[in-house]
Ligand binder design. Structure first.
Ligand code: AMP
Length: 213
């Protein structure tokens, strides 16, 4: 199964993707995670991406498409994948169409998580993630058991540098201007399903399951 998970930053894409991965035994391919890993390792790609990411702007399409094309060659993606945070622009969607065509593959679903802006700002500024396993917490409605450390492995929790209020506002604008219009790219193929991303994680996942099963 090959799925795109679209939605604004803070909509819960990462959280829902991890649950889908577990149940459907497919891989999560998050361009944001790949970029952050490149930054941690200090690669040229990571250094180039940094200035865009810190301002909440999109990394250039050519960089993203090159990175994704490399990932698509990996055998572990054969059983299927969920694309989290990609594509984010029309040229990226066109590039993805071409990559799929080259492999004689097609998408099965495009899920769009919808959440109002005010809720997104509240979620993002209170978001923390484990520096080791990536588990996501929220200080308001899903705090860790002990302050500042991950429940699962005891590693320190970090606040992403692009989750400040100023950057979040820009990221939401970028989503509206460049990413949400992708619904029109996929609608003619009958793949798009809008999912209400408010409420608790489990209820949202149940809505997703109804679409996938
Ligand atoms: P995310 O973790 O998906 O919220 O991504 C964090 C940041 O990485 C974004 O604000 C962008 O700067 C960059 N990024 C991630 N995925 C993409 C993409 N598909 N296209 C361009 N920039 C991206």
């Amino acid at each position: 199964m090959r799925i795109i998970l679209l939605g604004p930053p803070g909509a819960g894409k990462g959280t829902q993707a991890k649950m889908i991965v577990k149940d459907f035994k497919i891989r999560q391919l998050s361009t944001g995670d790949l970029l952050r890993e490149n930054r941690r390792q200090g690669t040229d790609l990571g250094k180039e991406a940094q200035k865009f990411m810190d301002g909440g702007d999109l990394v250039p399409d050519s960089v993203i498409l090159g990175m994704v094309a490399k990932e698509f060659k990996k055998p572990e993606l054969k059983p299927g994948y969920i694309l989290d945070g990609f594509p984010r622009t029309c040229p990226q969607a066109d590039g993805l169409d071409q990559l799929l065509k080259d492999q004689d593959l097609a998408l099965d679903h495009v899920l769009v998580l919808d959440v109002p802006d005010s809720e997104l700002v509240r979620r993002l500024t209170a978001r923390r993630s484990c520096s080791e396993c990536g588990h996501i917490y929220n200080l308001v409605f899903n705090p860790p058991k002990s302050e500042g450390v991950c429940d699962h492995d005891g590693s320190p929790l970090v606040h992403r540098s692009d989750d400040t209020e100023e950057t979040v506002v820009n990221r939401l604008k970028v989503y509206k201007d460049q990413t949400r219009p992708l619904i029109d790219h996929y609608n003619p193929q009958g793949l798009v399903r809008l999912i209400d991303g408010t409420g608790n994680v489990k209820d949202i996942y149940d809505c997703i399951l109804k679409v996938l099963k």
